[in-house]
Design a protein around this ligand. Structure first.
Ligand code: FMN
Length: 199
């Protein structure tokens, strides 16, 4: 497929963070589609070719395990332990998490050097944006979340990773788009407001 400049601009500007997906039972996001997204992610620019990104594509079992982490953190934050409210928040959160058609966790390999770490984070962000754009072009929505599951020791243990080596920087909730994504976010300050053109 070839794309002209205007189409590319439209793709970039029309992409939105998505919160509503078609049900995975009827419109599953298959491995091939996820692979294609990752195969765009890895072409992100990265200084010294450090290729600092790592991806964990969750399957049914790992999604269930992570659902428990998600639900526990959510319920603990919002209600007293052992309370009825805790139980119902926990249960609702489990269901919400199971509904995400696919989840990809993204981590950054941590370099010892502080400057390199900053560059590597930037590179990982570029990789995520590559993924989001190629996804969007195929009608696949993504929500890049930096929610509390990324900070949990349980998540690191589940992945068999040490915080000394890797930092989790994104949970990508993905699926085929349902309706309009959050159109409130379809706005940006104009270029004139955020740029100065020097002589
Ligand atoms: C580093 C980063 C972290 C983000 N974390 C979250 C998050 O935790 N939850 C969420 O709903 N959206 C998150 N987002 C998505 C932003 O909220 C979203 O990009 C912003 O509202 C603009 O909307 P748009 O992506 O539709 O243009 C994150 C985006 C970035 C770049």
């Amino acid at each position: 497929m070839s794309m002209d400049t205007e189409e590319l601009q439209n793709l970039i500007a029309s992409r939105r963070t998505c919160y509503l997906f078609n049900p995975k039972e009827t419109m599953p996001l298959l491995d091939d589609a996820v692979y294609r997204c990752l195969n765009a992610a890895i072409w992100a620019p990265n200084h010294k070719l450090t290729q600092p990104w790592r991806f964990w594509v969750l399957g049914a079992q790992s999604q269930s395990e992570l659902a428990e982490v998600y639900a526990q953190l959510r319920a603990d934050k919002r209600a007293q332990p052992q309370s009825e409210a805790h139980q119902s928040i926990y249960q609702a959160a489990i269901e919400k998490f199971h509904k995400f058609p696919r989840i990809v966790l993204v981590g950054q390999v941590l370099d010892e050097d502080e400057v390199r770490r900053k560059e590597d984070y930037a590179a990982c962000a570029c990789a995520i944006q590559n993924l989001q754009l190629i996804a969007w072009q195929q009608g696949i929505g993504v929500q890049w979340s930096t929610g509390p599951i990324l900070q949990s020791d349980v998540t690191y243990r589940m992945l068999g990773e040490s915080r000394d080596n890797v930092e989790l920087i994104g949970a990508l909730y993905m699926g085929y788009l349902k309706g309009d994504c959050n159109t409130q976010n379809a706005k940006r300050k104009p270029v004139e407001e955020v740029s100065r053109w020097l002589p």
